[in-house]
Design a binder for this molecule. Structure first.
Ligand code: ATP
Ligand code: MG
Length: 160
């Protein structure tokens, strides 16, 4: 199916917002992103998992930023938080089934969220990875390939 990233992010945030009142959500989506061939509901699941982590592993009232932009042949989405980050030598292992960072074991969770995200993203021929920002906090990135002949959604006022 053709999936509109702006719609995907909007829908995800509305759903997430219903159970979230303790973080500030900022959205930064580039205009005119091409549609991508992807399953809307599965990608929504991925973003909800990343937002759930950002909320769980960062302080109340801090900012969570969800962004999307185009790069060469892909769309890169990110969820950034202002939490304590992930130990550098565990940035890859957090995507393993049942893996949890030691210091987070008092926080409820099964360690499955990110491994499910990875499975879904890779099924779309995409990549998912985590980075710590030098100023603190974690960035979770997803890159999904764009299609050479993807239709572009036209803004309504341009269509006149
Ligand atoms: P659940 O299955 O409910 O998602 P979980 O959140 O523990 O449980 P994952 O989402 O797979 O499992 O995350 C794995 C581990 O990675 C977490 O336990 C946490 O230690 C670490 N982690 C994930 N996201 C973040 C983040 N945004 N900031 C800091 N640590 C994180
Ligand atoms: Mg999780």
């Amino acid at each position: 199916d053709w999936c509109d990233i702006e719609d995907l992010i909007g829908t995800t945030i509305r759903r997430f917002g219903k159970k979230n009142t303790d973080h500030i959500i900022e959205v930064d989506v580039s205009p005119d992103l091409p549609l991508i061939q992807a399953d809307f509901v599965l990608l929504e699941q991925v973003l909800l998992n990343l937002l759930d982590n950002a909320k769980k592993y960062s302080p109340t009232d801090s900012v969570i930023t969800i962004a999307a932009k185009q790069e060469a042949d892909s769309i890169v989405m990110s969820v950034q938080d202002q939490g304590a980050g992930i130990p550098n030598d565990e940035l890859v292992r957090v995507f393993d089934k049942f893996f949890r960072v030691r210091q987070d074991r008092q926080i409820p969770g099964t360690g499955l969220g990110l491994s499910i995200c990875k499975g879904i993203v890779e099924a779309h021929r995409g990549r998912i990875w985590a980075e710590n920002r030098p100023d603190g906090g974690t960035d979770l990135y997803i890159s999904l390939p764009t299609c050479k002949y993807a239709p572009i959604m036209e803004a309504e006022d341009e269509a006149k």
